[in-house]
Structures are given as C-alpha cells and as structure tokens.
Design a protein around this ligand. Structure first.
Ligand code: CA
Length: 233
C-alpha cells in the first residue's frame, strides 16, 4: 500500500482538483478518477491508503465502488455526497464507508477527516502487529487473515463487524460505551447514531455466540455498554 497516496473519485473536475490541491499542500499525493469504473481500476493499480468517493458518478456509482473496494481492502473510505440524507443512509447501509462530508464541504475539513481516518487505521494496524491471532476456548480471530472461527467453523463477517469484534477482543475485559466503540471503530463521533452499535452487536452475537440469547463473549454491561469476555487460551 502507498502510505501517502489518496484516491479521489469525483466527476466534477473542479472539486476533484480542489481536494487534490488541499491534500498536496498537506504532503499527500493523489490520483484522480472521473468515473466509478476508472476509480476501481486506479484503486487496483495503485493501492492507495485512502479512497474519497463521490456518490453520483458515471459508469459505476460511489456506493457500488465503495462495496467493491471494501471487498478487497480495509483502507479508510470517505464519501462526498450532495445530500445529508444520502450520506446518513450510505453509512447506515453497511457498505463499508468510514466517514463522509456533505457538499458543499470545506476542503480543509475533508483533509482533517482523512487524516483522522488514517491515524485510526494506522493505530488499528499497529495494535495487531504483536499478536495476529486472538484465541479463546472455542473461538479464534485471525487479525492478519481477517478470519473468525467459532466452534471450528469459519464465520462470515462484514468488514465493520470484523473491525468491531477485533477491537473489542483486542481489549478483552474492558468496558466500552457505544460512543467509544463508534469513535474507535467507525472513527467519527455521530450524535444519536449509537443504535448502529446495538445493531452490529446483535448481528455479531447471532454469528459468533453459541447461544445469542445468553452471550458468553460479547457481554452487555447494563447502563454502560459492552465488553468482550472470554478465558484466554
Ligand atoms: Ca457527481
């Protein structure tokens, strides 16, 4: 992966070039693509550190492009959208976008958010270096291969489900509020969006808990939030 390389996919050239200029002033390099298909090709060819995607794009829209990139990679993906309601929906769709800005946005704010996502991403990457596999009785998370096994069976998780699980399991026993989980895993503070965590925890429990109604790994700490529990092996 090219550490300071940012992919910008935006069919309005003026916006794309403005974002590029701001990023270059901050020491980043960028690649521009003016339609979704070219965006995908540039992503595959250049392996950027961050992708910044417009939603309405010729040939392939930003949502499909986001899905395609997320299927291949865990890099931060930022969405630029014309409507606030769209962006809320996009984040809620679970297609793997990490953050968004609504047009018209301040390029300075976008750059600040890109930097925040990069810091979070590097932080998560550094955390996983010393130990790539987290093991509990009957349960295993491979942080390098992005796989999870429960009772010997591989569990299919979305990228965000995996990140949430890996974050909690890497901090076994520590209680997190929903806001803390949003901030650490999604990388943004979003008032009123803690329901996202409730939904993701429910989905994770259905996938990894032998009995989702009696969770033994992801425990609810009433009035506070959640913690990951489990006897280390
Ligand atoms: Ca557009």
């Amino acid at each position: 992966m090219e550490e300071d390389l940012i992919l910008i996919v935006e069919d309005e050239r003026e916006i794309a070039e403005l974002v590029r200029d701001y990023l270059e002033a901050e020491g980043f390099r960028s690649i521009l693509a003016f339609d979704g298909l070219d965006g995908l090709n540039q992503f595959i060819e250049h392996q950027p550190a961050v992708a910044v995607l417009d939603v309405m794009l010729p040939k392939m829209d930003g949502i499909e492009l986001c899905r395609r990139i997320r299927a291949e990679s865990n890099i931060p993906i930022m969405i630029m959208s014309a409507k606030k309601s769209d962006t809320d929906k996009i984040i809620g769709l679970g297609i793997g976008a990490d953050d968004y800005v609504t047009k018209p946005f301040s390029p300075g704010e976008l750059v600040a958010r890109i930097k925040a996502q990069l810091r979070r991403f590097k932080h998560l990457s550094v955390q996983k270096e010393p130990e790539n596999i987290i093991r509990f009785p009957g349960f295993e998370i491979n942080l390098k291969e992005y796989t999870v096994f429960s009772s010997g069976n591989q569990v299919e998780l979305s990228a965000k489900e995996f990140q949430l699980l890996a974050f909690m399991a890497s901090n076994k026993g520590q209680v997190f509020t929903k806001e803390q989980l949003l901030e650490n895993v999604w990388g943004y503070q979003h008032v009123g969006d803690t329901n996202t965590i409730t939904v993701y925890v429910r989905k994770l429990r259905e996938k990894i808990e032998p009995d989702p109604s009696e969770p033994q790994y992801i425990k609810t700490v009433w009035g506070i939030g959640y913690k990951f529990d489990g006897e280390s092996r």
